[in-house]
Design a protein around this ligand. Sequence first.
Ligand SMILES: Cc1cc2nc3c(=O)[nH]c(=O)nc-3n(C[C@H](O)[C@H](O)[C@H](O)COP(=O)(O)OP(=O)(O)OC[C@H]3O[C@@H](n4cnc5c(N)ncnc54)[C@H](O)[C@@H]3O)c2cc1C
Length: 445
Amino acid sequence: MPENISNKYDAVVIGGGIAGQETALNLADMDYKVLLVEKELSIGGKMIQLSKVFPTLDCAACITTPKMSETARHPNITLMLNTDVIETVKTNGHFDITLNIRPRYVDEALCTGCQQCEWVCPKVVEDSYNSNMVGRKAISIPFSLANPKIAAIDMEQCLHCKKCEKVCVPKAIDYNMQPKRVNVEATSVIVSTGFNLFKPKNKPQYGYGKYPNVIDAMQMDRLIAPTRPYNSLLRPGDGKVPDNIAYILCTGSRDSSIENAMGCSAECSNNPICSQICCMYSIKQAQLLMGALPLADITIYYMDIRAFGKGYEEFYQQAKSMGVNFIKGKVAKVTPKEDNSGNLILRYEDVATGKLKEVKHDLVVLSVGVLPNSGIVKTFTNQKLELDDQRFIKQVDELVSPSLTSIEGVFVAGTAAGPKDIPDSILSAGSAASEAASYIKRFSN
Ligand SMILES: Cc1cc2nc3c(=O)[nH]c(=O)nc-3n(C[C@H](O)[C@H](O)[C@H](O)COP(=O)(O)OP(=O)(O)OC[C@H]3O[C@@H](n4cnc5c(N)ncnc54)[C@H](O)[C@@H]3O)c2cc1C
């Protein structure tokens, strides 16, 4: 962040996923001054992790990286990354926001993104962008498509060997960098903090975390992405090419049986709602897998297929005609085959026949559901930002003005208000930007 940053904005957008970027760009194009606050080291949200998108199978990065560049370079948008919102107080109609910028230990103004530091760093840490399936260095650019392309040190893992400092030509490394508190004033706030994914360990009967060839859908999206961690599609347990893959839909959604599951917080207990994206992203992955592994068998175990959007039903029918096997069945349990092959036995009730069946697969993908990410409400201290029954940000006028929240001047965009796919997240961002624009205009007159 530049030192001479202004502290007055027309809008502060919290969360730099596709919804936050779209909201910020819409407002900035109307000549409003926008501050985009993102807790991670890069903007992009979950979309920048994806392979391709349903139902067109366009490359996700090809769509989202131009938007990320536009957001980062727009003269009316200031980015504040690696930043937490500490408090938002509404005073005399405007918002006083306290932010904490966590140190990167690399000077943003000096780093050229050359990656020399990364090559000499001896410490390998988990790579969350690749769902921890591979490692990255303790000093690194967070991922190849990150924006901005600036390195950061994971200080908890750093060995303090100073090798990075020695090779850094522009002298950007600063081990003594401190967190920085910043106060800003804004006329409006847009919450676009997105969603969390169901943690599949909270459904222990499916064996995630216990059997290495049980993975979740974000891991699969990474495995088939153009920026994937391995050159070909390999199952994590032993590096074999899988040829009989199962998908279990509704893992952690439309499910009232997870209330007392191990370590399950209030936000992932009894999640009765449909996540709206899992059927479609599983069908997308199945089609991409048929292309990558033409001889593989792919079976999708489902309760109902919900293909509600434009072109979605056709996309589902296309998967069927390609040979993806759809079984209406309730999966009870996944266990390892007792021959040390790494293969798995899936036990399910076949809804068509009412019979219990057991089938062997060599890779099981859990199509995990969408959960709220509502921690931000605690930072609104003198007025209550309300949640709905499922703990998403409450839309007080859901049918007519879907971006209005319980606080006048605070708007919601994207999946912060509930499960959505990318087109609907973008639509909701447009709605939030236009509601915010008319609010700012009214407020300024
Ligand atoms: C496996 C998988 C595959 C998918 N495939 C498709 C597909 O093919 N097609 C499709 O249309 N949709 C797909 N989706 C859905 C798509 O990912 C979402 O629709 C989209 O990411 C929603 O964007 P968003 O900006 O609302 O939320 P997010 O992408 O979650 O972005 C939220 C942003 O806010 C930031 N943030 C969170 N909390 C804070 C905070 N307190 N302060 C500051 N910043 C914060 C986050 O770091 C993040 O950058 C898929 C989802 C998954 C899980």
